[in-house]
Each structure stands twice: as structure tokens, then as C-alpha cells.
Design a protein around this ligand. Structure first.
Ligand SMILES: [Zn+2]
Length: 409
């Protein structure tokens, strides 16, 4: 079976779920196709909230094998991610407080983040289910298990490599239907004095900046620091610190350990902020849904106004998020002549549900382009810089955060 509708909360088991936003039936956001006629089945994309534990989640569980078999997003292609990997390394290694580490990363992608640990003389191990990424990580010198991480794989890791000083899970926890199994695995891998780090797209940013494009089938959960803490507590892990991350337009890294450590001031502040803003309330999420429905009308109108003015519009960034944005706002191959993307793995493929051809930025801009729809808006400065480098002049529509903006560059 490709997908299944949940009847109770994935975290606490309560059957009391309130629907928040229906984004329509969409094919998996990363299912770029080489043949435009081969589209994967569209599956309802709906978020709901559990009345008991307040966790916001998708109503549908799509089989991970259906979603991830040929995953084409590669961490290493983003300059923002590469720059951030150094800061992430420093944040984790400082908290470990020792000179020689064994670092394990779950969903290690192409190994970009572990590379920093390796370059600094530490022993590393990656775990990532995508065979193509695991192979490219291995080629770059990062030992990688091509597996879905959970308690079973954690046992194998400990048997073969021993327990770890640092276990990191960057932006993966919301992507697994059974996070309790992953966190049990993390706890199993971690030394008693080790440090765990979980990075997640923070709902404060999702709510306050209207990141409805972060809703896609691979993203089962929309976490707050509170809900992450609840999850950690179930596995006797103690949250002690938090830092901010630029990934996905606004994420947090939660640090935790088996042996309790003093609570950092940054953590106390963030938890208080979540309470103050009412992040977990149903009313806050209903307002989010209302604004998202308004936003898609404004965005489509802005793109159509460009086309009516005789302009040729090209998209920039073929990410999972852009797939949700395009499908939800009804912008497709009738509006965009192509989408530029840095990753060669995505070239000559068509976007899921909206059938826009993805090409290299060089190829996209070789022909006349009047307007760019900046789908990868969370890399806005980086992409505007690249456009300036190649001498692009014209309009740039920045869809998010909040109201769409039209820039003249
Ligand atoms: Zn619940």
C-alpha cells in the first residue's frame, strides 16, 4: 500500500485529531520524472493537530520506500548548507568537550556535515537510506550505511563500531512515521556522557512567516521545542541547550544527553517564547491556514500579471518545498517555461504534478528571461548574488516569507 490515513496521533496515540489545512492531493514532492507522462499517484496532503499532546502532523502516512527510493536532494549543492556545516561542527564538538570523537550522523545525505568532523581528525559514520547518496558519501571518504535508522540499526552500529560521543539527526525526525523508534536508536548509540543533536524546522518560523511550503508528504511532523522535549523524555534523554540554524529558512538544534547537564539560558528563553506566542494552540494554526489560502491567490495573481504583460517567467529552485508551493498555488508548466536548479541530478526531469522541466541555471538564463519566480526563497541572498554575477536584470518574485514580493534587479 502506498499510503494510509492515521486514526490516532503518531506520538501519543490519541484519536482526537483536528484538521488544520488541506493542501490538495499531490504526488510526492521529490518525485521528479524523466518522462513527463510518468507521474506518481497524487496523495492527499493534509495537516492535523492532536488535541491531547498538541503535535501537528500529516493525516497520511506514505510508505518511506515510495518516497525515498531515488532521492535527489543533495546537501552539498547549497553554499548556505556548506557554510553552516562548519558552525554546526563547532557547536557540537564544543558541547562534547573532548579532543577525539566518534560522531554518528543519521540521514547523513552526501556526508557534507560529517566531512567537517573527519577533517578535524574525528572518526565518523553516516547512516542514510538513499543508496545513491550513501555511495557518493563513501566516495568522499565518509563510511555510510545505506539503511533506515532505528533501534535495530542502532544495535548493529554499536556492535560494529561502539557507542558514539556525538549522535546527530539533522532535519530527519519530522520525516519518519515512527520517531519513537529513531530516538530509541539514538539513545542506544549514545555514550552516557555523549551529546545528541536534533535539528528541526521550527514551527515558530513556519507560523510567523507562513512556511506552508514546508508541508509535504515526507514531513510527517511540525515540531516545537516542547514537542521535541516530550519525545526525548520518553527515552530518558535530557534536553540542555538550543542553537539556531539557517536551514529551511529557520530551524533549531536541540542538544541533549543521557546524564543531565545544566540547562542553558538559551533553552529557558526559547521555551518561554514558545509559551508566550501560543505556538501549540489550535487558534494559532487556524489563522495559519487562513493566511496560507489567501497567500496562494496573491502569488498566482502576481505570476499571471507578469505573463499578461508579455513576460517570460522562469522558476528558480526545484526543491520539495517548491513542489508544494507550485501544486498548492496552481502554478505549473502553463506559467513557467522551466525551473533552474544547481543540482545536476535534477536536470532534464519534470516537477511532480506541475510538469515543469528542470534545467541548469546556465541553460535557463541562456534564453530571454524577464521574470524569475524564486521558489528556493530560503536561499534568497545566495541566489540573488548568483543572478547578479551573471548579469540578470528583470523582475524577481519572492513568494515567501509572508506576502509575495516583486523585486526589480
Ligand atoms: Zn498526540
Amino acid at each position: 500500500m502506498i499510503s494510509k490515513t492515521i486514526s490516532c496521533c503518531r506520538l501519543c496515540g490519541s484519536p482526537e485529531l483536528d484538521i488544520i489545512l488541506d493542501l490538495g492531493a499531490q504526488p510526492p514532492a521529490n518525485s521528479l520524472r524523466t518522462d513527463v507522462s510518468q507521474q506518481l499517484e497524487a496523495i492527499p496532503l493534509v495537516i492535523c493537530r492532536c488535541r491531547k499532546c498538541t503535535t501537528v502532523q500529516l493525516t497520511e502516512t506514505v510508505s518511506p520506500k515510495y518516497l525515498f527510493s531515488d532521492y535527489v536532494w543533495v546537501t552539498g549543492t547549497s553554499q548556505t548548507a556548506r557554510d553552516y556545516s562548519q558552525r554546526f561542527y563547532e557547536n557540537v564538538s564544543q558541547r562534547c568537550g573532548r579532543t577525539s570523537l566518534f560522531a554518528v550522523e543519521i540521514a547523513s545525505n552526501d556526508g557534507t556535515f560529517l566531512q567537517r568532523f573527519r577533517q578535524n581528525g574525528h572518526r565518523v559514520l553516516g547512516v542514510d537510506p538513499a543508496q545513491n547518496l550513501a555511495r557518493s558519501a563513501e566516495a568522499a571518504g565518509i563510511p555510510t550505511l545505506a539503511e533506515f535508522f532505528g533501534l535495530e540499526i542502532a544495535r548493529r552500529v554499536v556492535q560494529e563500531h561502539g557507542q558514539a560521543d556525538a549522535v546527530m539527526a539533522r532535519n530527519v525526525l519530522p520525516h519518519v512515521p515512527d520517531p519513537n523508534d529513531v530516538v530509541a536508536g539514538i539513545a542506544h548509540c549514545l555514550k552516557d556522557d555523549g551529546v545528541g543533536a536534533i535539528e528541526f524546522h521550527w514551527i515558530d518560523k513556519i507560523l510567523s512567516e507562513l512556511h506552508y511550503d514546508s508541508v509535504y508528504h515526507e514531513h510527517f511532523f511540525y515540531h516545537s521545542l516542547h514537542s521535541i522535549n516530550e519525545l526525548l523524555k520518553r527515552h530518558q534523554l535530557v534536553l540542555f541547550d538550543v542553537t539556531e540554524s539557517p536551514i529551511s529558512g529557520g530551524s533549531l538544534v536541540a542538544y541533549f544527553s543521557k546524564t543531565p547537564r545544566p540547562t542553558a539560558a538559551a533553552l529557558k528563553d526559547k521555551l518561554a517564547l514558545e509559551d508566550e506566542r501560543g505556538l501549540a494552540t489550535l487558534a494559532t494554526w487556524h489563522e495559519f491556514a487562513r493566511c496560507s489560502l489567501e497567500h496562494r491567490v496573491k502569488l498566482k495573481a502576481m505570476v499571471e500579471a507578469e505573463i499578461r504583460a508579455g513576460k517570460k517567467v522562469v522558476g528558480y529552485g526545484a526543491s520539495a518545498r517548491s513542489s508544494t508551493l507550485l501544486n498548492f498555488s496552481g502554478i505549473d508548466s502553463r506559467h513557467l517555461s522551466c525551473i533552474a536548479d544547481q543540482s545536476p541530478l535534477k536536470h532534464d526531469r519534470y516537477t511532480p504534478g506541475t510538469s515543469v522541466l528542470v534545467v541548469s541555471p546556465e541553460r535557463a538564463l541562456a534564453e530571454r528571461t524577464d521574470t524569475i519566480l524564486l521558489l528556493a526563497w530560503n536561499f534568497r541572498d545566495e541566489i540573488l548574488g548568483r543572478l547578479a554575477d551573471v548579469g540578470f536584470h528583470g523582475n524577481v518574485i519572492v513568494p515567501l516569507p509572508n506576502d509575495p514580493q516583486l523585486l526589480k534587479v
